[in-house]
Design a protein around this ligand. Structure first.
Ligand code: AMP
Length: 490
């Protein structure tokens, strides 16, 4: 074993250390090459082009035994396999290594944007590991575009870049270009609420590429807004533990994307899951069958993925639920259903990340002036009966959103939890009315900062959809401006 790597820990609550060898980086390259081949059939790119990639590293630490520890993405971006891929693929990332490896993600984002703009005509596509990072980057762009134009016009670098390594790497690697700055300014000024900013500023970009499924689904709407008519291509299915499958139909929208299992990445087994309705406390609503191999899965069936990896994990349960939707050359084609773990559960109620996502989607449809930026939840047992608290951050004209309308969002969200245990408990008051808390703009940014300050990497960040972490709860409760109790089940 060469390294340890950490998974994001944002879905499980705590990062795990996992083994990493040169095989891990080689399989990442294999997956990227296979996926790139499928994409280039439908979206051909020019040789020698650039990719505006929002990728972020993290400084390695050491285990007691002296093994370096970092995130899977950092490990990959700093591996010799990645560097080799950069040299041998048709298009490679715009930013120098110092930007990718910068520890301050805000400064790195600014520099990624700067290089992306400097090479704007050569950019063939835009990308990030998870779509959250792309959305964050364009939110940052909304705030910093004038400063970026100043830097391009004058050949300077904003004082917001304080890291000496970053300054050294960026200053001197470009020359002033007043004409480019003027044209960027003109194009930005012509945009309505940043709709279609990506094709406007990167006119040769063919698509936007990133993981947009599972926990990233809530960011697709905003990404579509920034991307205008540019296709969104949902990226591959993998985990820090190992890669699993490739999207071989890049023209499918993120809502319909599937992944073909690549059989030589690991030994794959699948635990059949059968939905049941039981009111047992603390267990999810699946009965499990005996694990089957790739050839034993049935179309339509739901399974938990189990991997035996080249790095030494033996029959390791990933905790992801997938549905088999077909086969490609004998390999199962999977649709990602969600994390198996229950996130909202007080008594006999059972709700996964996906159940919460659906309820939030239903409730937020009623918003008329404001837009949902992000959300999370908490199962509050501090009083009896316990109740769900759902936190929303809104932007746009949040203050103009009327009380009655937010109350209605709250009621609809409460009714949208379809789990029988929840509904029964709500009816007999075993669970109290759902509470919707509207937090100040920027609150979810603070959660991201907290995660990064604990050593997490932006590239693998997934917003925790439920939390009982006292720090996060104090950020959320301290930023709550308005709260509403559901009037459902009266
Ligand atoms: P990490 O903690 O960064 O290793 O995250 C791995 C987890 O991210 C997987 O177990 C999945 O739950 C999720 N994930 C990775 N790729 C995808 C994808 N394409 N679609 C949905 N979820 C994904």
């Amino acid at each position: 074993m060469d390294w340890c790597k950490c998974n994001s820990g944002t879905t499980e609550g705590r990062a795990k250390c996992l083994p990493f060898t040169c095989h891990s980086a080689q399989s990442s390259v294999q997956v990227f090459r296979v996926a790139a081949a499928y994409r280039s059939r439908v979206f051909p790119i020019r040789s020698g082009g650039k990719i505006l990639e929002f990728i972020y590293g993290r400084k390695p630490t050491k285990t007691k035994g002296g093994l370096p520890v970092t995130t899977a993405t950092t490990h990959y971006f700093t591996s010799k396999e990645f560097k080799e891929k950069q040299k041998t693929t048709k298009a490679f990332t715009c930013s120098p290594d110092e930007v990718i490896n910068a520890t301050d993600h805000k400064q790195a984002t600014y520099c990624h944007l700067l290089f992306g703009l400097l090479y704007s005509n050569q950019v063939e596509f835009l990308s990030s590991t998870f779509s959250f990072a792309l959305v964050q980057a364009f939110k940052a762009f909304e705030q910093s575009w004038q400063e970026l134009c100043t830097d391009i016009r004058d050949g300077t670098l904003s004082p917001r870049i304080t890291s000496p390594e970053l300054r050294r790497a960026v200053v001197g690697s470009f020359t002033l270009d007043p004409e480019l700055a003027r044209s960027i300014e003109e194009r930005c000024n012509g945009l309505d609420d940043w709709f279609g900013v990506i094709p406007k500023l990167w006119p040769n970009a063919k698509y936007v590429y990133s993981i947009m499924t599972g926990a990233m689904q809530p960011y697709v709407k905003k990404l579509r807004h920034y991307s205008g008519d540019l296709p969104l291509v949902s990226a591959e299915y993998g985990a820090s533990e190992c890669w699993i499958g490739v999207n071989i139909e890049p023209t499918e929208p993120p809502e319909r994307v599937t992944f073909v299992v690549v059989p030589n990445l690991a030994y794959f087994e699948f635990i059949p899951l059968f939905r049941r309705t039981s009111f047992a406390v603390g267990v999810d609503d699946f009965d499990e069958g005996r694990p089957v191999g790739m050839g034993g899965v049935q179309v339509g069936g739901e399974y938990e993925v189990v991997v035996t990896t080249f790095t030494g994990l033996y029959r390791y349960r990933l905790g992801d639920v997938v549905q088999v939707v077909g086969f490609h050359n004998g390999s199962p084609k999977l649709s990602f259903v969600g994390r198996r773990k229950l996130i909202l559960t007080l008594t006999i109620d059972k709700n996964t990340e996906k159940d919460l996502q659906l309820a939030v989607e239903r409730g937020s449809r009623f918003l008329s002036r404001a837009e949902l930026v992000d959300f999370t939840s908490h199962a509050d047992l501090s009083a009896s009966p316990g109740h769900y608290v759902v936190y929303w951050e809104l932007c746009g004209h949040e203050e103009e959103e009327e009380e009655w309308l937010l109350k209605e969002c709250c009621r609809v969200m409460d009714e949208a939890f379809a789990d029988e245990g929840y509904k029964a408990s709500r009816r007999d008051n075993g669970i109290g009315p759902l509470e919707l808390c509207i937090v100040e703009e920027g609150t979810f940014r603070k959660i991201l900062e907290h995660f990064i300050s604990k050593g997490g990497a932006m590239s693998q960040f997934k917003m925790p959809r439920c939390t009982s972490d006292p720090v996060l709860l104090s950020i959320l409760n301290g930023s709550t401006m308005r709260s509403f109790l559901s009037t459902a089940y009266r």
